[in-house]
Design a protein around this ligand. Structure first.
Ligand SMILES: *Cc1c(COP(=O)(O)O)cnc(C)c1O
Length: 405
């Protein structure tokens, strides 16, 4: 077993060597511009792009013409929200999103709110992080132009009842965008069955390269129109100008296809490793709490809070394992994760949370090593914690009068 161990597969993933292999010729031999219509270099590049477009469309049960390539899910989310708000301005000025969306949806909504006067409803979630379709229905007004709810959460792995939300959207004739970045390639996704009109995904979360993503944009039933964010040569049906990143796109296509082929076996393997990790840790340690839904969650996700221990200290105590305390995006600040807050997890337990993201290249040996190190480190830190000692002595910490700082 080699150290360090990578268990942060929600942040990004290693590019699968089989993906790299299909990309390489597009850097050095097949380097044409996919928009060059007059020569073989262009045709060859275009062929690579169109094959990948087909592969991604198939994975979503969409048509290849409905796939727009972007630089990643952040851009896809920006394009979906800003593009719809701008295009359907006459129809209304209200959008609905959930409060546990990724930053790239939350911050885009915030910008639309503050700079464009758009009204935004932030839907609550239940204690497992799930959005209720009834809450979506209740939030709809005659000015609503878009509903945006993620498929699976990047911190806690909770899977939303997206098909039911899609039904509500259809019933009311409102466009439904889904940030499916953590779900695509990991769990089955079907834009028809789920009633999704716009869907964001990215290659680097599914063993593909960084810097390439896609936005699915429904062509019929209804035909979704989008105002572009980037103007230029009119690539991607005018929705996203700019020379296509052919090698990255080809890699994205391969990555999606590999995930699709391996999903039935791989998701079972990952869930077994995840359960093994969880069981080993919770059997050995007391006061460990699961964040997220006990069953409706991504097979490779585990988010645990270790009472009386700071997540950051925990990670510092086991530097040979790459993990995340809270989301990678919020860990730069000392704020407890807004996702855990939305679940109603208290600040203390939110600060003591660790996210495990198991991936394609992790082994059982690595999982067992991680569980062992986790148990050792938590035990050591708790032994040094006066709070833990007091709790063990039966003192109710809530009743303690703390001296002012
Ligand atoms: C990673 C992630 C994104 C951002 O994707 P990029 O391609 O890195 O921009 C958006 N949404 C979710 C749920 C994610 O996990």
């Amino acid at each position: 077993m080699k150290l360090p161990i990578y268990l942060d597969n929600h942040a990004t993933t290693k590019v699968d060597p089989r993906v790299v292999e299909t990309m390489l010729p597009y850097f050095t031999e097949k380097y044409g511009n996919a928009a060059s219509r007059n020569h073989a270099f262009g045709w060859v590049a275009e062929e690579g792009v169109e094959q990948a477009r087909q592969q991604i469309a198939e994975a979503l049960n969409a048509d290849a013409k409905e796939i727009v390539f972007t630089s990643g899910a952040t851009e896809s989310n920006n394009l979906a929200l800003k593009g719809v708000v701008e295009m359907y301005r006459e129809k209304g000025d209200h959008i609905i999103i959930s409060s546990t969306e990724h930053r790239s949806v939350l911050d885009t909504a915030k910008t639309l709110e503050t700079k464009r006067g758009v009204k935004v409803t932030y839907l609550p979630v239940d204690k497992y992080g799930m959005v209720s379709p009834d809450d979506v229905r209740a939030a709809i007004t005659d000015k609503t132009v878009l509903i945006s709810v993620m498929l699976a959460n990047n911190e806690i792995g909770t899977i939303n009842p997206v098909a039911d939300i899609g039904k509500v959207a259809k019933e009311k004739g409102i466009l439904f965008h889904c940030d499916a970045t953590q779900g695509v390639g990991k769990i089955p996704v079907d834009v028809q069955a789920m009633g999704i009109d716009l869907l964001s995904c990215t290659a680097h979360k599914i063993y593909g390269p960084k810097g390439i993503g896609a936005l699915y944009v429904r062509k019929k039933g209804p035909r979704v129109r989008l105002a572009p964010i980037i103007d230029g040569g009119g690539h991607e049906r005018g929705m996203r100008s700019g020379t296509l990143a052919v090698p990255l796109i080809v890699g994205f296509g391969t990555a999606v296809t590999l995930c699709r082929q391996e999903m039935p076996v791989e998701s079972v393997r990952l869930a077994a490793l995840r359960d093994r990790l969880q069981t080993t840790i919770t059997t050995a340690l007391e006061e460990v709490y699961l964040n997220g839904h006990p069953t409706q969650r991504l097979p490779h996700n585990l988010n645990l809070s270790f009472a009386y221990v700071e997540g950051e200290s925990l990670l510092m105590g086991m530097k040979e394992i790459a993990l995340s305390s809270g989301s990678a995006c919020t860990s730069a600040t000392l704020e407890p994760s807004y996702v855990l807050k939305a679940l109603g997890v208290g600040a203390e337990l939110a600060h003591s949370s660790i996210r495990f993201g198991i991936g394609r290249f992790n082994t059982e040996e690595e999982i067992d090593y991680t569980a062992k190190r986790m148990i050792e480190t938590v035990t050591k830190l708790r032994e040094m914690s006066p709070l833990y000692e007091m709790a063990k002595e039966g003192i109710d910490l809530k009743s303690v009068q703390w001296a002012a700082h």
